[in-house]
Design a protein around this ligand. Sequence first.
Ligand code: IPM
Ligand code: MN
Length: 362
Amino acid sequence: MHADIVVLPGDGIGPEVTAAAVQVLLAVGKRYGHGFRFSEHLIGGAAIDATGEALPAATLEAARRADAVLLGAVGGPKWSDPRAPVRPEQGLLAIRAALGLFANLRPVAPHPAAFGASPIKPHLLNGVDLVVVRELTGGVYFGRRERSDDRASDLCEYSVGEIERVVRRACELARARRGRLTSVDKANVLETSRLWREVAARVVRDEYPDVELEHQLVDSMAMHLLAKPREYDVIVTENMFGDILTDEASMLAGSLGLLPSASLGEGRVGLYEPIHGSAPDIAGRGIANPYAAILSAALLLRHSLGLDAEAACVEAAVAGVLEAGVFTADLAAEGQAVSTREATLAVIDRLQHDCVVVELRD
Ligand code: IPM
Ligand code: MN
C-alpha cells in the first residue's frame, strides 16, 4: 500500500525520536512492500521560531491531507516565559482539536525485562495490560481562560455528546479486549464529573451491556493504579485526569520513554505521539529513548493504515530488544546505556530477522 505520513518533529528530543520512528517505518515498508511517503512540517517552539505561530496553517493543511501524523514533542524553556503571547503547547492542542481527535489511547503493558526500572514491585507488574482512553479535546484544556492581576480561572466544560463518543470508543476497545471498563471521575465534587458518570453509565447500559463497568474517583484511582494495576483493562477518563494518570502509569512500564499513544477521531487521520515531553535536559545528545516513538509508529500502522501484522511485528521487535537488554539511559544500569541510534538499529535488526512476511499486498 501507499501512505502519506506527515512528520512533526517539534522540539527537544522530538526530532531525534521521530527520526528513529521514521527509520523503523522505512524498514517496515521495505520488508512488507509498502510505499510510505514522509513530509516534515513545523509545530511547537520550532514553528514559533520560524513563523511566529505554534501551528502554522501549512502544517494543519498537510495533516488534513495525510493518512496519518507522527509527532515528537513540543515545548522547552526557550518558549516558557509566562508572558509569552504564544506557547508551543498551543500548537499541540490546536492540532488535536482541529483534526477532531477526541480519543487518546495510551496502552500500558510493562515488559518483564523493564520491571527492574519500575519503582513498583515486580509481582504487582506481572500481567499488567491496560489502556487508558483519555478524552482529548474537551474539559479544562479547552475551557475559557481568564486572568487579571490577582485572579485566574480555567473553565471545565463537557457536553453529553463529547462524553458519549469517547465512552463508546472505550467500550469498543473493551469489547475487543477483556470486556472491562473503568470510568474515572471526581463525581463527589465536580458537576462535569457527575454528568460524565451519568452518561458513561447510560451508554454502557443501553449500548454495551456486555461490557462490565466500574466507576472510580480519580484520587483513589491514582492509588489503585499502583496498588493493583493488573485489575484494569480499559480506563476512560476526561482530559486532565487522563494526562496525569498516564504519567503515573508510565512508572509501571519503567519509563516515560516507553509509552506510545494514538489520538483518534471520527475522521480517517490519526495522530501518533509518545506520551513523554520534549525532555530539553537531554535534547540533542543522542541518548533519548526512541521506543515510545517507535511504538507510536506501530499504533499508526494499526489504527490509520490497517496494517495489523506490521504493527505487531514492530511491537514484537521492541519487546525483543528489551528482552535482550538494549536499554537507553532512562532504563539502563549505570554504564550500560545504548544511544538512541543503537536502540533504533537494534529494533530494525530484529524486524529484518524475526518478522515473517505472511502475504504479499499491493
Ligand atoms: C501530553 C502532554 C501535553 C498534554 C502537553 C505538552 C500540552 O503532557 O500529551 O500528555 O498535556 O496533553
Ligand atoms: Mn502529559
